[in-house]
Design a protein around this ligand. Sequence first.
Ligand SMILES: Nc1nc2c(c(=O)[nH]1)N[C@H]1C(S)=C(S)[C@@H](COP(=O)(O)OP(=O)(O)OC[C@H]3O[C@@H](n4cnc5c(=O)[nH]c(N)nc54)[C@H](O)[C@@H]3O)O[C@H]1N2
Ligand SMILES: Nc1nc2c(c(=O)[nH]1)N[C@H]1C(S)=C(S)[C@@H](COP(=O)(O)OP(=O)(O)OC[C@H]3O[C@@H](n4cnc5c(=O)[nH]c(N)nc54)[C@H](O)[C@@H]3O)O[C@H]1N2
Ligand code: SF4
Ligand SMILES: [Mo]
Length: 747
Amino acid sequence: MRRREFLKYALCGAGGTAITVGSFGALNKISPKTALATETTEEATIFSACEMCRNQCPIAVKVSNGKVTKIEGNPNDSGFGGVICARGNSGPSLLYDPQRLKKPMIRTGDRGTGKYKEVSWDEAYTYIAEKVKEIQTTYGSEEIAFASRKGPHDMFFRAIGKGIGSPNIFSHEATCPMTRSVALDSMFGVEMIAADYANAKYIISFGRNWLEGIHIAQTRGIMKALAKGAKIVSLDPRLNVTATKGEWLPIKGATDLAFVMAMANILINEELYDKEFVERYTSGFEQWKEAVKDKTPEWAEQETGIPKDTIIRVTREFAEACPNALIEFGWRTGLTPNDYQLRRGIMIVNMMMGNFEVPGGYYRVKNAGVTNRFPGMTGYAKPLGSVSQPEFPKPITSRIDGTGIKGVPGQIIPEGDGAVGQIVESILTESPYPIKGWFVHRFNPVISITESERTIEALKKLDLLVVCDLYMTDTAMYADVILPECTYLERSEQIYDMSALTPKYVIRQAAVPLVYPDTKPAWQIYKELGETMGIGQYFPYETIDDYINQQLTPAGITLEHMKEKGVWTPEGMKPFYVRKDPLASLDNLIAKPSKKIEFYAEEVQQATKQGIPQYTHYPQPEEGQFRFVQGKVAVHTNAGTANVPILNQLMPENSLWINPESAGKLGIKDGDEIVISSGKYEHKGRAKVTQGIRPDTVFAYHGFGRISPEMKRAYGKGINVNKLTDNVIGEVGNVVTSMNFVTLKKA
Ligand SMILES: Nc1nc2c(c(=O)[nH]1)N[C@H]1C(S)=C(S)[C@@H](COP(=O)(O)OP(=O)(O)OC[C@H]3O[C@@H](n4cnc5c(=O)[nH]c(N)nc54)[C@H](O)[C@@H]3O)O[C@H]1N2
Ligand SMILES: Nc1nc2c(c(=O)[nH]1)N[C@H]1C(S)=C(S)[C@@H](COP(=O)(O)OP(=O)(O)OC[C@H]3O[C@@H](n4cnc5c(=O)[nH]c(N)nc54)[C@H](O)[C@@H]3O)O[C@H]1N2
Ligand code: SF4
Ligand SMILES: [Mo]
C-alpha cells in the first residue's frame, strides 16, 4: 500500500483545536494546518528524520492504526544505507513513555524540590513574558542567556533571544566539537570540512570512536574502509570499540599533540611530505617546521608513553598511504585547555600530506554556494531558501564570554556558539556581569557541563529559568517554567541540509498525532511565546508547511517529492573531489583571504599569541591518582536517554573502568562498590576491572547518575561523570573534560 493513500492531514495543535495566544501582543491564531501529521487506520510508512541524537538520520517510520510500530532507516538514502542504530530503533519507547512531560508547568515550591502546578500554555507564556520584562527593565536584556543544542529548533529558539536584544546566545558546542571548529576556521576560513572515511586506506584517531560515538554515515564509512583492508590506529587511554578493530596505542591522556608534532618532525626529516601541495596551497610551513624541529620521536615517547619506534613506524605507514589517508580531526574535542592546538596540529599534518579533495582524505562540504563556482558542477544543487526575518535589534553590550572581541581568545570563538560553561560562571561570580535569566532548550547542563554541583548552585541563583524538554530532567527540576515539547515522531520541521560529498536534503514529518495533546513542537512554542512577548514579527510563517515551502521553492524541489522519498539528492550524483577535476581549483574552496590553508594564522596569534600550535606539557597523575576520562556508549545518547525505557533496560547504569594492576593495589575487585573522589566532590559507583585501560587512568560512560527523581528509571543509577570534573574553561572557551585526577577507595 502506498503511504500517500493513507495520509490524512490532521491537526497538530493543542488537542486539535486552533490555538489562541494573547495578552502582550495582539491576539493571534496559529492556523491548525501545520500538519504533516497523519491519522491512519491501516499500515503506512512515513519518511522522516530521527532525533534520538542530533545526527538526524533519515528514517522510515512504520505506522499501524495510528501507532508507531517500528522504525527503520530510510531505504531511499544511499549514504545511510537504510540503517539506523539501537537508539534510533528505540524511538517508539520514548514516544509512548508515560514518564514524559505532558503539560506546561510553573514552579510552586523551592527550586529543586519538584513542586509544580500544571498550567495552560497561555499562562506559561504570560508568566515568562512578564519575568523577561522585569529582568529587562531592572538589569537589561543582556542578563538573559539562551542555550540549546544546535538543531532545527534554533531558528525559533534563538529568535526569542535575538528579538529581545540579548547578545548571550549559546550552543552546546563548547562541550563538544568547538575546538575543531576553531581549528578549521583558522586554517580554511570555514568549518564545513569533512572526511571521506570509506575510501581512506589508513586512519589515525586520537580518541574518535566511530563504533560507539555513532554517526551512521561516518560509522558505515569506517566499516567500508575496514572491509576494503584499511588500517585504523587508535590512540586512546582506554580500549574503545574502534581500537579493537585495528592497532590500539594506549596514549597518556592530554599528550596527543606531542605525537602529532613528532609525526611532523619525522615527515619533514625524512622528506615524506607533499612539497608541491604545501608550496601551492598552504602558508606558514616555515613557522611550523621551526615549531616541530625539536619534537623528536624520543621526546614524544617521554610525553606520550608510546615507544619511539612505534611513532616512527606509524608515521611511515601513514605517509605511504597518503593522500588517501587521514588523521582524524575528532568530534568531542574539549579534552584539554589547549585542545584547539591539537586539532590545528592534526589538520596541519593532514595538509602537509595533501590529504584534501581526494578520495579518502578531507573535503570541503559541497554546499551549493561553493560548488556552483566550478564549471563541472553547475546545477549541483540549488541552496534552500529561508524565511526572511526582519533585522534583529543590535545588542548594546558585549557577551559574557568575550566572543567576537579582538585581541582576546573570544576573537576566534565561533560567534554562533560561545563558551556555554561561562553562563554558570557569570551567574555565580557576576563577572563580567551577572546572568539573571536562562532559557534552555534541548540541553541538560546539569549533566552535560562540567562540575554539576556548581551548575546547580548557579541555577538556584537565577531569577528565571525556562526549560523546554521531553522529560523532567536534572536541569528542568530547577526551572521556573517547564515547556513540554512533543517528540520528533509527532512533529514536522523545516528541511535539513545534510550535504556531504553529494548534496542531500532531508525532511522531518510527523508520523502520528500528538500522544499527549498538550505538548507542542518548538517552531510553534517560540512563535506563540514571541507573539505573547510582542516580538511576533520574527516568526514570519503561519504553519510549518508555509515555512518549508519558503525553503523549497528557490531550490526547485517540491514538498510532495520530499514527503514521498524523505530525502533529495540529484539523480545520478557521484561524489565530487575537486583535485580530480582538471577544471576545478582549490582556491575557491579556501575561504581565507590569502586563498591558502594557513598553518600560521594571524587572528590566532592576535587572540592567543599562539599563531602556530605550541605544545603544552600538562601534569600527569601521581601515584595513587588517576586521570578521569569519559566517552559515549553505543546504546545511549549523551545527557539524554538514560530514562528511555528500552535503552534503560539495555544499559541502566555505568561503572568505572580500572586496570587490574591498579585495582589490585587498592584491593578493589570487579563489581565492587567504590567511592571516587575528585578532591572537591565524591561519588559512589561500581568498579569494572579491565585490561582495556592504562593503569594511570579510569573511565566512565557519560550520561548516568541522574538526579531528577521524576526520571524514575534512571534516577540515582550509576555515576554522573560531571560531579567529578571542575568547570574549567579552555583557551578558546571549551569545556574541559580530561584534566581531572581522582582517587579511589572501596566503599
Ligand atoms: N551511541 C552514541 N553515539 C554518539 C553519541 C552518543 O551519546 N551515543 N554522541 C554523539 C556526540 S554528541 C559526539 S560529540 C560524538 C563523540 O564521539 P567520539 O569523539 O568518538 O567519542 P567519545 O566517546 O566522546 O570520546 C572518545 C574517546 O576519547 C578518549 N579520551 C579521553 N581523553 C583523551 C585524551 O586525552 N586523549 C585521547 N587520545 N583520547 C582521550 C576516551 O577514552 C573515549 O574513548 O558521538 C556522537 N555519537
Ligand atoms: N564530562 C563530560 N561531559 C560531557 C561529555 C563527556 O564526554 N564528558 N560529552 C559532551 C558532549 S560531546 C555533548 S554533545 C554534551 C551533550 O549534552 P546535551 O546536549 O545536554 O545532551 P543530549 O543528550 O544531546 O540532550 C539534552 C536534552 O535534550 C532533550 N531532548 C531530546 N530530544 C528532545 C526534543 O525533541 N525536544 C526537546 N526540547 N528536548 C529534547 C533530552 O531529554 C535531554 O534532556 O555533553 C558534553 N558533556
Ligand atoms: S545515529 Fe542513531 S540515534 Fe542518532 S539520529 Fe542516527 S539513528 Fe538516530
Ligand atoms: Mo557531542
